[in-house]
Design a protein around this ligand. Structure first.
Ligand SMILES: [Zn+2]
Length: 506
């Protein structure tokens, strides 16, 4: 029987938006909200190991061959850069766990790849460096990253292999952990490390152009398995996370294998394929008025039109409390509308105190910017009070229990329109029908759904929607990049496909 390899495993994920109004603090990593919170040690081996997360996939794959030392896993909803305090406390937990694991053969880290910290712009490069500092240069160290990683040369140099999600919506998070396990086992069994190739593209790809079920991205990802051969054991592509204002922001390619020329060749081929596709990438966003008019004309009960408020996606650092679409829906007298989920803890407290069936006057949302966003001043009927807890059943986070904190369903008191809003205490991206069912709303029965999400929502909504509409309402999860106030990118990097080149004006 093959010996069992001793592997220390940990996860620490954050997607940091340099433009979000507040830093991400330690407490944000502790709580479970739209995503699991800090999970320690043996708790990772229970229910957590059944979820669609990279660490879960790694644990499942390693159950027969490895003796695992599970250290911790944490993530926080995307927002501003991670505070130094939060980073140092989490990395200390991980490094102490690796030190305490005793004699180990390898390490696996489940990271995001777009973490920016207050004191360091390459969060994952720093995480890997710290762990490398504990285990030394020779120990096999595998990393998995989110598709939205801004991969840096440091991440590649300090790890031995990197695997990256291949789907957006992220349906293959657990599979990506399994692929990291395969690469790690190959290193352990052959006692060799693969050659590496790394390429960075010369343009930013907005989140709104990154759906992997259609368009150019579909062809990039569909083509990856066929690039594997004797010389190339792994090749992956990260589309990048444009709202991280850092030098290494943008799409990148990593490839690994025993044949250095084949590995470099494969990375070069994929680079050419992506570079050639740039010309065909179009901006899919409609203006607020166009989006609302299209939704009114196309949506009906049983086949709702869905407006994605892509630039206020809490899953990409949006505040979740912008009101541009709500103002337009009221002005255009839209009916059969439900929006989820809108972040305003203060409004929830007032509505909960007033009770179901009461009418409250609120200045809803618009508290976090950007400057042009104004609160919605109106009267609302409190239709439903909820504890904010519901089970996700969509493909992406099936089996995860969502916890939005106290949550309410408010109806805008207005005879001409029919608009309801799911208002939550926690900030979270609407990526599962549970975000509506948590207050008793059945999504398919509405005419228009508004989701604060960019692409993830498609996993659980696309099948019954009559129309999917991306709207350019203002928010911090920028998808139109030309006017973003970048300061730290590489000179010459294009701000979107076929966009203008970045020049530092300072
Ligand atoms: Zn992602």
């Amino acid at each position: 029987m093959e010996k069992k390899y001793k592997v220390a495993i940990a996860g620490f994920q954050h997607e940091s938006n340099s433009f979000s109004p507040k830093p991400t603090e330690y407490d944000d990593f502790l709580k479970s909200d739209g995503w699991p919170g800090l999970t320690l040690g043996e708790y990772l081996m229970g229910e957590f190991a059944t979820l669609n997360l990279p660490l879960s996939g790694f644990i499942q794959a390693a159950s027969d061959t490895c003796q695992l030392t599970p250290i911790c896993w944490s993530s926080a909803e995307p927002y501003g850069p991670v505070s130094k305090d939060a980073f140092e406390r989490m990395i200390e937990l991980i490094c102490n766990g690796v030190r305490g694991a005793g004699e180990i053969d390898a390490v696996y880290l489940d990271l995001h790849g777009a973490m920016v910290c207050e004191h360091c712009e390459d969060g994952e490069g720093e995480i890997i460096a710290r762990v490398r500092g504990v285990v030394g240069p020779d120990m096999p160290l595998s990393v998995s990253l989110d598709l939205h990683a801004n991969v840096t040369p440091e991440m590649v140099a300090l790890s031995d292999t990197i695997t990256i999600y291949r789907t957006y919506p992220h349906l293959d998070m657990a599979d990506t952990g399994k692929r990291s396990y395969d690469l790690l086992m190959h290193m352990l069994r052959t006692k060799t490390k693969p050659h590496k190739a790394f390429r960075q593209l010369s343009f930013l790809m907005p989140l709104s152009s990154q759906h992997t079920g259609s368009g150019p991205c579909q062809s990039f990802y569909d083509g990856l398995p066929a690039m594997i051969n004797e010389g190339v054991t792994s090749i992956d592509f990260a589309t990048g996370f444009p709202p991280s204002d850092i030098w290494h922001c943008g799409p990148a390619i990593v490839a690994y294998g025993p044949d250095v020329e084949a590995v470099e060749g494969a990375a070069g081929d994929l680079y050419d394929k992506v570079a050639l596709a740039e010309i065909n990438m179009k901006d899919p966003l409609l203006s607020i008025d166009e989006a609302v008019e299209l939704a009114i004309s196309r949506g009906s009960t049983g086949a709702p039109a869905i407006i994605a408020d892509v630039q206020d996606n809490p899953g990409a650092g949006g505040s979740g409390d912008t009101t541009g679409l709500l103002h337009a829906l009221i002005a255009k007298k839209a009916r059969g509308v439900v929006l989820s989920c809108f972040w305003d803890a203060e409004a929830v407290t007032i509505a909960q105190a007033a009770g179901e069936g009461s009418t409250v006057s609120l200045s809803l949302g618009g508290k976090s910017g950007p400057d042009e966003v104004k609160p919605l001043q109106a009267k609302f009927i409190v239709e439903t009070l909820s504890n904010g807890i519901a089970m996700c059943e969509g493909e992406m986070l099936k089996g995860f229990e969502l916890d939005l904190g106290p949550t309410v369903l408010l109806r805008v008191k207005d005879e001409d329109s029919d608009i309801r809003i799911v208002v939550s205490t926690e900030r979270a991206q609407c990526l599962d029908q549970a975000f509506f069912r948590v207050v008793g709303v059945e999504p398919v029965e509405q005419s228009i759904l508004v989701v604060k999400s960019t692409v993830h929502y498609r996993a659980d909504f696309e099948a019954f929607a009559s129309e999917l509409i991306m709207c350019a309402s203002p928010g911090y999860s920028y998808c139109r990049l030309d006017d973003v106030n970048y300061k730290n990118l590489r000179l010459g990097l294009r701000l979107g496909p076929n966009g203008k080149a970045f020049e530092n004006k300072e």
